[in-house]
Write a protein that binds this ligand. Structure first.
Ligand SMILES: C[S@@+](CC[C@H](N)C(=O)[O-])C[C@H]1O[C@@H](n2cnc3c(N)ncnc32)[C@H](O)[C@@H]1O
Length: 232
């Protein structure tokens, strides 16, 4: 059975899509997408040989067709126009940005990115803004005690999503323009739980005399002030 996280990734893929799952690891998502026939075809790609051995065994065991397994960094394993949807899940947002930056030629033919970063999505949201991608939709959910964000991103489109009244682009990149607009119980619980940690970070930073720390501290203080207002 799929975990809640993988179930949401599966649901985010449009029916009939030609998908690449970058960093496929066990290939559970690829297998589910083909077993349900939600995806027309899946390229299951990973930078490491070990996970791909595991992926091949799982695919053979599941007895599904329509999955190509490929070894390589990020989008290097894809040809332009070969897929319309790219899923990248379970790795850090900074690495995802590196993959997208290096794979710009392949991205030219892609209609939909489904991204679920392992931790904060901020570097991704900043990258979309600079590179002409729009966040069509965002969700935050909990699975087995962990909080996750899932971003549906399309070319061009809704750069206006970042133009919420009275909220800076910086804060929208941190918290997500759609997530801020309509805060859910999950969003509120996740950020209420994070507030004490953010406050401790700021308290530590106040003891430093390094000007770079000062800039970071101001950044964190803006986050805290915004959260307090939003969650009040
Ligand atoms: C934590 S697993 C996530 C697996 C799966 N995507 C999921 O969400 O359950 C991260 C996978 O990304 C792969 N990976 C890391 N860097 C990569 C890169 N630059 N290109 C492709 N795959 C990468 C790792 O080898 C690993 O299998």
């Amino acid at each position: 059975m799929l975990s809640e996280r993988l179930r949401r990734l599966h649901k985010a893929v449009a029916p009939g899509a030609r998908v690449a799952d970058i960093g496929c690891d066990h290939a559970r998502l690829a297998i589910a997408l083909r077993r349900s026939e939600r995806a027309a075809h899946v390229v299951a790609s990973d930078v490491a040989a070990g996970p791909l051995r595991h992926a091949r065994l799982n695919i053979a065991h599941a007895n599904v067709s329509g999955i190509d397994v490929r070894l390589g960094f990020g989008l290097d394993t894809l040809k332009q126009g070969e897929v319309d949807t790219i899923v990248i899940a379970g790795m850090g947002a900074t690495l995802m940005v590196e993959i997208l930056e290096r794979g710009k030629a392949v991205l030219a033919g892609v209609k939909h990115l489904v991204l679920q970063p392992a931790a904060e999505a901020e570097p991704l949201r900043c990258w979309f803004l600079r590179n002409g991608w729009g966040i069509a939709d965002e969700e935050m959910f909990e699975d087995a005690g962990f909080y996750y964000e899932l971003l549906n991103v399309t070319p061009g489109g809704s750069r206006r999503a970042y133009h919420l009244n009275r909220v800076s682009v910086e804060l929208q990149c941190v918290f997500g323009p759609h997530l801020i607009k309509q805060t859910t119980d999950v969003f509120r619980t996740r950020w209420r739980a994070a507030l004490p940690t953010l406050e401790n970070i700021v308290a530590d930073m106040r003891r430093s005399r390094d000007p770079r720390t000062e800039r970071k501290r101001l950044h964190f203080e803006r986050r805290i002030a915004f959260l307090r207002q939003l969650l009040a």
